[in-house]
Design a binder for this molecule. Sequence first.
Ligand code: PEP
Ligand code: MN
Length: 238
Amino acid sequence: MMEKFTIIAGPCAVESEEQIVRIAIKLKQIGVDYLRGGAFKPRTNPDSFQGLGDLGIEYLLKAKEITGLPIVTELMTIEQVRKYADKIDIIQIGSRNMYNYELLKELGHYSKLVLLKRGLSATYNEWINAAKYINNEDKVILCERGIRGFDMSTRNVLDIQAIPYIKHNTKHKIFVDPSHSGNRYMIEPMSLASVTAGCDGLMIEVHDKPDESLCDKNQAISIEELTIIINKIKKLNK
Ligand code: PEP
Ligand code: MN
């Protein structure tokens, strides 16, 4: 299990081999620990880009081979877990699947780390119980990604209180994804706030051409912006 503060970064979705390799090389240079990229995308709108699926995993593995960066990606079905669990370094379970107990139970059969995102409106208790289905406290990292509030002018409400709550009441590592609750300009302040509150790692969506992102464009930051955030985190963690 990771001892130092961990930074996972990458685009919301793998868009092409060229795109993920290009981004991975830059992320490696700025000291990111894990590369993320969605291949199977649980999009709210069925007409939105759905991800490259199996091909997306292939391209991620290529980026890993070239850069040495371990990879994090979301798996949505038991079949996908059986097919890819051995190849992925951290299996991401998305918000929409936090209550998919059969999928969670399947993960118990593998030794891989699991990043379990908090459900859109899940209570702490429901989230912690979901982790119990995976049946191993050491390998489940909980990830706060914002919950549904009444004000939709920001996408979600990032629940910073989750950090001390999880630390105080469980043995899980707690990561924060500051990307899915807001807009580009909020990523830096929410990242720094989360670090100050004691999170163990961050997962941030980044793109080398943020405006051209096929997925979650409004929350994608540039690699330059991520570099600034990483430098500020280093100072905070000193
Ligand atoms: C993602 O990480 O791109 C994603 C789909 O996240 P969530 O499950 O938190 O919506
Ligand atoms: Mn996303």
